[in-house]
Design a protein around this ligand. Structure first.
Ligand code: HDE
Length: 696
């Protein structure tokens, strides 16, 4: 496939696209000349029931809503394609993994879990990362999350967990938050949640962007090759831009400033042609090595540390097309763990087994019956031919006399397939019918400890702050106390530190968990690749700004893929020091530093003096400083870097290019300054900065 060429899925969608052009009509195709006035008896009389147009219009409107997803209600999606790096047929019969000449169209939906459809994007939560591959062998859905483990080990506990994390049932408070009594009540009583809770309290729960988020299949799945040989497999998505997060204070402010922050970022990146990309990686475990680990591969609260089984990169995912209609595509897309293709099979992970039941079940309700695979976004590109008939919203016109198998009257069609068929892995299973959790699932703390050991200092600080925030929102002291006591099983020091911030008793030393080692792959500190693609940079200006500084900054940052916006107190344009006119992209009133990755203040004495008197401009810089963002100040522009809690030296003009704690200052926007600024932005944030005293 070349650029601009339609893939198989896009061609299929073309049949259903409509532009609502031509004269206005009813749903039955009757033309309408007035859609503003109901049919009534006289100008001021009652409306007449006979007005079929008004009735149809209002009825259709009345039925516009469908149930939102019971979890993952808030989401955003995009189309793209996946191409493997090499032929994996020694491992799997999946055609879409059979070599670099096979490119498969995909639809991906990212989501938060707990909030309603209209909730904010930047809440502390797990993110869904669901990929539908429209393969030649049928649809394959890899329905993953941005965290590699889950809260519970057996799907029968899912309703309990979701009831605990969702808004409380008596007053429906709080929306899209885990910081409330019922979640932490559940957590304190259900130790298997511990590992996942560590991830939820980490910065992974507040991604900067969907583009900078990892994805995980979570469960152990099974590859099966054409000879029927199985290989256990865990799936990973690694973003090419690195894995980056917001800071919690910033995330909370964004909820007000731009509740669509992540959704907008995805949409705009694709519109700009900066297509988000991920590498698919697999961890492979031969069947005979299934029991070589000190945890159970069927337990979804465990990872396989990458240092133990390396992640092998096998292909690339690119998202390059926004949907045409949110409801038709992103809302109606139906992912299901049981949508598998030949070469990919399940394991007996009890969480996965429950999921294989739940997704279809919920979609029957959410999408109004059994024909939802006919909805354009869900339709496979491979042929569908069977004897399933009728049902609500049946769109196919099945011809012929027969809808049963076997038949002779219909020529035996559809005939049983003999090539490219799905064959379940032949697994020998025997045992007594029991309700019992396996002993091999019992260690809930060792990997939580491994995660803690792997964090950089700043990540650990954020984790402690998150625990204190979340538990601090719990009204019941007993709930706080129990959660902290549970943490003591992971690490006593951590539990004591958290307790200290909560005014509860420090817990007893519970002995701590087994792992003393670390897994560097778990730290986001190791994922800053210096990329500027899609980074949002604000340049603060006013009348008298040094126009050459602005251009120098803009030119080089844009060349590296950053998005540079000129902000001023008022919209329109400003006069530059050189006498030119500089258009303003946005005014301070409509934006905020939390919507940007970095901020630059160019030179120009008049502009600097007026910005230094402007509370919004000063707050902008202070807030960016507080959130550890890259800051550049040129010449007189450094005056804006004076504020309560900031090192005094920052507000002074510098003689040379000086860079410390993520702030670079220079007398002019020369190459040295611009290069250093780009390096700081690419590092994502500067965590060496001390920000406690910053009042913004
Ligand atoms: Fe889901 N989950 N889930 N889940 N899940 C749904 O299906 C469920 C789990 C995930 O963008 C629902 O169509 C059970 C793990 C994503 O449309 C529902 C269990 C993982 C999405 C459901 C889990 C996920 C869902 C709600 C425990 C990561 C959004 C609407 C056994 C590997 C997909 C729907 C989209 C959605 C059930 C646990 C990921 C109710 C029973 C583990 C990304 O069927």
């Amino acid at each position: 496939m070349t650029d601009g060429e339609q893939d198989a899925k896009d061609r299929l969608l073309e049949q259903d696209r409509t532009d609502s052009r031509g004269p206005l009509s009813t749903d039955t195709g009757v033309r309408v000349e007035d859609t503003d006035n109901s049919l009534s008896v006289g100008e001021r009389g009652p409306t007449i029931l006979e007005d079929f147009h008004a009735r149809e219009k209002i009825t259709h409107f009345d039925h516009e809503r469908i149930p939102e997803r019971v979890v993952h209600a808030r989401g955003a999606g995009a189309y793209g394609h996946f191409t493997p790096y090499e032929d994996l047929s020694d491992l799997t019969a999946a055609h879409f993994l059979s070599g670099p000449d096979v490119t498969t169209p995909v639809f991906v939906r990212f989501s938060t879990v707990a909030g309603s459809r209209g909730s904010a994007d930047t809440v502390r939560d797990v993110r869904g990362f669901a990929v539908k591959f429209y393969t030649e062998q049928g649809n394959y859905d890899l329905v993953g999350n941005n965290m590699p483990v889950f809260f519970i080990q057996d799907g029968i506990k899912f309703p309990d967990f979701v009831h605990a994390v969702k808004p409380e049932p008596h007053n429906e408070i709080p929306q899209a938050q885990s910081a409330h009594d019922t979640l932490w009540d559940f957590v304190g009583l259900q130790p298997e949640t511990t590992h996942m809770i560590m991830w939820l309290m980490s910065d992974r729960a507040i991604p900067r962007s969907y583009r900078t988020m990892q994805g995980f299949g979570v469960h152990t799945f099974r590859f099966v090759n054409a000879q029927g040989r199985g290989t256990l497999v865990k799936f990973h998505w690694k973003p090419l831009l690195g894995t980056h997060s917001l800071v919690w204070d910033e995330a909370q402010r964004i909820q007000g400033k731009d509740p669509d922050f992540n959704r907008r970022d995805l949409w705009e990146s694709i519109e700009r042609g900066q297509y988000p990309e991920w590498e698919l990686g697999v961890q492979l475990v031969p069947e005979e090595n299934e029991h070589d680990f000190d945890f159970d591969l069927l337990d979804a609260t465990k990872i396989i540390p990458e240092e133990q089984v390396p992640v092998r990169p096998v292909g690339r995912l690119v998202l390059d097309r926004n949907p045409d209609n949110f409801f038709a595509e992103t809302e109606q897309v139906a992912f299901h763990t049981a949508n598998v293709v030949p070469g990919i099979d399940f394991t007996n992970d009890p969480l996965l087994q429950a999921r294989n039941f739940s997704y279809l079940d919920t979609q029957l309700l959410r999408l109004g019956g059994s024909n939802f695979q006919q909805i354009p976004v869900n339709r496979p590109v491979s042929q569908v031919s069977n004897n399933q008939r009728d049902g609500f919203a049946q769109h196919r016109v099945h011809r012929g006399q027969t809808s049963y198998f076997p038949n002779s009257l219909g020529g035996g069609c559809p005939a049983l397939a003999d090539e490219g068929v799905y064959r379940h892995y032949t697994e020998k299973v025997e045992g007594a019918k029991i309700r019992k959790r396996a002993e091999s699932f019992k260690d809930h703390y060792s990997q939580a400890r491994l995660f803690l050991n792997s964090l950089a200092d700043w990540e650990r600080e954020h984790l402690v702050a998150a625990f204190r925030f979340e538990l601090g929102k719990c009204e019941e002291l007993a709930v706080r106390q129990r959660a902290v006591a549970n943490l003591a099983h992971v690490d006593h020091g951590l539990a004591v530190e958290v307790a200290e911030g909560l005014g509860v008793e420090p817990p007893e030393d519970a002995g701590g968990a087994r792992h003393t080692d670390a897994s560097p792959a778990l730290s986001q500190a190791n994922t800053a690749f210096g990329e500027l693609t899609g980074r949002q940079v604000a340049v603060l200006v006013d009348h008298g700004v040094d126009g050459a500084d602005v251009e120098a900054l803009r030119e080089s940052l844009v060349a590296e893929g950053a998005v540079v916006e000129v902000l001023a107190p008022l919209d329109g344009s400003v006069r530059t020091r050189e006498g030119g006119v500089l258009p303003v992209d946005r005014s301070h009133t409509t934006v905020s530093s939390v919507l940007y990755d970095a901020v630059a203040v160019p030179g120009g004495g008049d502009a600097a003096a007026s910005l230094a008197r402007d509370g919004q401009a000063r707050h902008f810089v202070l807030e960016a400083y507080k959130h550890a963002k890259a800051i550049a100040a040129v010449g007189a522009g450094t005056a804006l870097l004076a504020g309560p809690g900031l090192p005094e030296s920052l507000g002074q003009p510098s003689r040379d290019t000086e860079s410390a704690h993520g702030v670079v200052r220079a007398p002019a926007a020369d190459e040295g300054l611009v290069r250093e600024f780009a390096r700081l932005i690419g590092a994502h944030r500067d965590w060496t900065r001390s920000t406690e005293a910053v009042s913004a």
